[in-house]
Design a protein around this ligand. Sequence first.
Ligand code: OTU
Length: 654
Amino acid sequence: MYEQFSHAVLNEILDGLDLDGELHELRPFLTRLGANFYGIHALFDTLYGEHPGAEDCRVRLVDTMARAYLARAPELRGLDLVRERDPDWFLSQTWVAMALYTDGFAGDLAGMPERLPYLQDLGVDIVHLMPMLQCPPGASDGGYAVSDFRAIDERFGTLDDLHEVAAELRKRDMLLVLDVVLNHTSREHEWARAAREGSERHRAFYFTYPNREIPDAYEETMPEVFPEVAPGNFTWDDELDRWVMTVFHGYQWDLDYSNPEVFVEMLDIVLTWANHGADILRLDAVAFLWKKIGTRCQNEREAHLILQLMKDCCQVSAPGVLFIAEAIVAPVEVIRYFGEDAVVAKECEIAYNATLMALLWDGVATRNARLLRAGLTNLPDKLPGATWLNYVRCHDDIGLGFSDADAHAAGYDPTAHRSFLINYFTGVFEGTPARGEPFGRNDKTGDARISGSLASLAGLESALESEDPERIDDAIRTIVLLHSIILSFGGIPLLYYGDEIGTLNDVSYLQDIGKANDSRWLHRPTIDWAKAERRHERDTIEARIFQQLKHLIAIRKRTPAFADDNDRTLVDVDNEHLFVYLRVPNQRAHAPVCVVANFDTDPQPLDHGALARAGVHERRELTDLVTGESLSVEGNHLWLPGRSFAWLVDRARR
Ligand code: OTU
């Protein structure tokens, strides 16, 4: 019944649109729209059925999808078809990603093409260009306070430059990831300007209030994201003469997605960037998309419905394009971004694995895998057709997002343990090699997070200062160990630019008033290309890191067990320093791989019997894919050097 009704609605909408001349071109679009319209219509009704603007926006929604489809380049439409036929294409082990700031990496977009061989040398084939959209001068939260969602900021170049980068990537079988900042705009965005100039229509794009009554009601339950520099979630705006909801910085105005116009506008922007050649769109801060008094205003059911509607619409106009959910929330909450109550992923196909990231750093500080194991045992299974972005560092701070229950399970007092970690990574803990800075300290809750480059947090900066070869060695081992996990864990490994050559903290941001109060700039470097060149010089720091990572990436790519088939099992080997898991490929012809990582700085024994019991091998001969060597078996144990790892296969099955 409902389905028939929705088709009637669809036909009525299509009849009303001025698409006549182009109808012949719309055939694949119409097929996809027909297939998805029931879902789109039902989601739209649930979200906006009661809104006075609903009918108008429903028509605009279909119009937006149709025009985006018509504007899509034939080459991209072709890719859509290929990917529709092979929907699991991105789960393959051949993908390795890197996130980078275009200016820090290549100066600007025009400088990107000549740097692509460097990425290919390492084995990277997915490139995430951090936000480049137009922002007001001065503080702009690293590009996340956008004043024009349709224009590239001139610091980076032009749209044409971007098209050239996209074409160059495609030529090299590389993928492009771009950001869409869904949750908020800059105060200087034209919608916010219009609101400040008195437009009621645009005021309704945001959450604004004449007095503190509603803001205070929200504040009762809303946490603060940037407690030091942007306390509270509302900012008084003199020009507007009202309070505005600003969950992040005071200059980032939250969009009100209960207004269907906001949804339609933002869908148009999503589809626009898909048409500019993005293969994958990173949707920023998706947990925050729906606000409700009396809640934390994160992970609300409606936030999921908005993403599902966004996905369904994208599926109609640009079905080859994937979404990344940037939701830095608890594991049980993150997996809902793959699609709640769904059978296969139908919201975002990819999500940041912030749990793994934070737990890896715990392993570095504690030299054991207790919390890592406890936390990951409770990482729920993903849906089929969904995958993780596994990372060690990114442009943001490290939040200690593990649950108290997991900390207890690992034998820690959660509060004491979190403060140990903060002290360890910010150089306060006696004897720590780590050199980070605190970020987002909140005196009310006692929370804090951590900034710093991977190399500096892993101890390379202090080791180089001490000129102690053993400490330098430890730091490099730690850096490679962390990467060995993200490369084998299941999902797309996401490297962060500069880490591949051991880039240290960069304190130059302190000289810039737009950045000085945000320690995340410590780890948003400008690449030193002379340093990068040293990757070719034997025994330099750069070569030791880069060449090992390159080697691991190459092995990953030819090892089918590392594709993401939801096939990882943690193995208990009765040694708290070791983190062990088994990856079983879905085709029996390929060999399973057992990943063994020693977080201790001293050698640790691995019990052979425990591996046999876990079904890792039939014989006593194991080969390490990384070194190609058989592991030395002494008595019943394999010995793993400090901060080392192995990717083991049963020799008989190689
Ligand atoms: C994201 O961050 C971006 O990655 C940050 O760089 C931006 O500042 C922020 O959004 C606002 O656009 O929203 O879902 O440092 O981990 O703010 C999580 C805290 C986010 C970030 C958090 C994150």
